[in-house]
Design a protein around this ligand. Structure first.
Ligand code: B12
Ligand code: SF4
Length: 504
């Protein structure tokens, strides 16, 4: 069978697609022909309808599979309509959005089939059966509309990662992706997470699997690792087959979860590669031993999901139970081993007030995070945080349906005063952090923040487009004077400490 994967990736950060690379590898091994198109401005202009349709007719696939995250749904649906007009191939929707919104997708009749959960085995079975012209009605993980009724089949057990073949990189214009991402290459050594934060898709996945398979969390074996050998082989393959790789970035939800795995991996990695790498840690699963192993293997950055500096918001809205003390300790350990710490935070959470946002800012300053990346909270449908946002009456549904990312603005409405405050912080968070970080430059930034805070909407809008340039100029001055400060670096939503970037 000729299977075409389409990966809509518009208005959002460019990325490789791990899911599709596994599915493609399995399909090819089974003798199917696979093609792929990633649609992203960073890889070229978005196609017009005419161009898309004639390209599709040329490929003339037997099956078209989309890989979709929620923010890409409107664009994916538009492309699917174009596909319908162009060819008769069945349209399949997979990816996280198909897991969290299978029913809603089927209700739109845009796609013929949806696939939920991890689909390595399920999609292969589906394609094989279609190839043999067999009935596909009972394929697990699949949903469809039959006799005007939505039918969603139960899910099958999760795949064992150690048994998966290597990903298929040939399908992608991978060198172009590497270059577009400045040499940063993503990998995943594991899947799954033991937590159930209200805003994350993990609790939805776990519930779906536990309900369908009638099993406990433990029996689900949700947290799975590739063997260390598989990952090292992949690292070696990438270094041998592509150019300009500067950094590996492990996208695992929780790379530091299993201490023994971390140590075993680090020992093997340092024998195989000299390239630096980045991992996602969790402050509850981080200690001297892990930090020492990581640093010894050339790990440069450990990222933590801090999310909010308000313990109340973390506990009541996010279901995250870590203390600020523990966060500060974990960051200190990262620095002790001369690695750089990176914190993700969100602002604009339901039930969050002025003081909660200030707590987030203060925590970053107090912990002296190496860098922080901030976004506006976005309530993904199907999550508990979405329910909380609806219950609290915060959601602006029009904005929610049209936002492609979480960096431009919030889709929650807190009233004019707090909305304006969030816009100010969202535009120039490093000034707020500098103001309360206890640095020599803090009084300077304190005055700047005070002036910002006094501005009304009109005044703020007049100056907002020049703030990033002003930040750059101030930063250059402080760099020349050797004064530590945070400045916007690498992207407009990242604050980085000058001690790091002056040494680059
Ligand atoms: C790595 C990663 C990225 C990478 C790569 C993205 C990618 N598509 O591979 C980068 C950094 C680029 C990225 C970007 C973004 N990401 Co991201 N990302 C992840 C992460 C950590 C891992 C995804 C992954 O590869 N998992 C492993 C693979 C094997 O699983 P998978 O992709 O889901 O694929 C399986 C199934 O979904 C299915 N499947 C997938 N495609 C298809 C297609 C067909 C036809 C079929 C049948 C099945 C199928 O089978 C696959 C194999 O089992 C997840 C969290 C997570 N743990 O999953 C978040 C996650 C997917 N990201 C998320 C978000 C929000 C984003 C961004 C919008 C962030 C932003 N601010 O810009 C962008 C959007 C990117 C885009 N497409 O436009 C959310 C999505 C939530 C949602 N409801 O959609 C997640 C779930 C994290 C979260 N907070 O909950 N992301
Ligand atoms: S710790 Fe991270 S990956 Fe795990 S459930 Fe929470 S947000 Fe999701």
């Amino acid at each position: 069978m000729k299977v075409l994967f389409i990966y809509p990736n518009v208005g959002s950060q460019l990325g490789f697609n791990y899911g599709v690379s596994y599915l493609a590898s399995l399909l090819k091994a089974a003798g199917h022909e696979v093609s792929f198109r990633q649609i992203c401005e960073d890889l070229g202009p978005l196609p017009s309808k005419g161009e898309f349709i004639s390209w599709l007719r040329e490929i003339n696939p037997d099956i078209i599979g989309f890989s979709v995250v929620t923010n890409q749904w409107p664009y994916a649906a538009k492309l699917a309509d174009w596909c319908r007009e162009a060819v008769a191939a069945p349209l399949v929707c997979g990816g996280i959005h198909a897991t969290v919104a299978a029913r809603e997708i089927l209700e739109t009749a845009t796609f013929d089939y949806v696939f939920s959960g991890e689909c390595e085995d399920a999609f292969l079975e589906f394609v094989d059966r279609l190839g043999r012209k067999e009935d596909v009605l009972d394929v697990r993980n699949m949903g469809l509309v039959i006799d005007n009724k939505i039918r969603i089949n139960p899910i099958r057990p999760l795949p064992d990662l150690a048994g998966l073949p290597p990903k298929d990189y040939q399908l992608f214009d991978f060198q172009r992706i590497i270059d577009a991402k400045n040499g940063w290459v993503g990998l995943m050594a594991s899947r799954g997470c033991p937590f159930n934060c209200t805003y994350c898709f993990n609790h939805i996945m776990v519930k779906k699997y536990r309900d369908d398979l009638a099993c406990s969390f433990r029996d689900l074996h949700y947290i799975r690792h590739h063997s260390v050998k598989q990952i090292i082989d992949e690292v070696v393959y990438l270094e041998e087959n592509f150019n300009n790789i500067k950094m590996f970035i492990f996208d695992d939800d929780l790379f530091t979860f299993d201490k023994n795995y971390v140590i075993e991996f680090c020992n093997a990695y340092k024998k195989a590669s000299t390239l630096p790498f980045v991992v996602n840690g969790h402050v509850g699963f981080f200690d001297d031993e892990r930090a020492k192993a990581l640093a010894g293997a050339n790990c440069k950055i450990v990222k933590f999901g801090v999310e909010s500096g308000s313990e109340r918001i973390r506990r009541q809205v996010m279901n995250r139970r870590t203390s600020n003390k523990k966060i500060i300790e974990a960051i200190k350990i990262v620095h002790k081993y001369h690695m750089h710490s990176s914190c993700f935070v969100m602002i604009g959470l339901p039930y969050e007030g002025y003081q909660d946002v200030m707590d987030t800012i203060t925590l970053l300053g107090e912990a002296r995070a190496g860098r922080f990346r901030w976004t506006f909270f976005f309530p993904f449908p199907g999550t508990k945080a979405h329910e909380l946002s609806i219950q609290g009456g915060y959601v602006d549904h029009d904005k929610m349906g049209s936002l492609l990312n979480f960096t431009d603005e919030s889709c929650l409405d807190f009233g004019p005063e707090h909305n304006l405050f969030l816009k100010k912080v969202g535009l120039i968070m490093p000034w707020f952090v500098n103001a309360c970080a206890g640095l020599e430059v803090s009084p300077f930034y304190g005055e700047k923040v005070e002036r910002l805070m006094q501005m009304d909407q009109n005044e703020f809008e007049k100056i907002s487009s020049s703030l990033h340039e002003e930040d750059r100029e101030i930063s250059l001055r402080f760099q020349a004077e050797g004064k530590t400060h945070y400045a916007i670096k690498y992207n407009p939503f990242m604050g980085v400490i000058s001690d790091y970037f002056v040494n680059e």
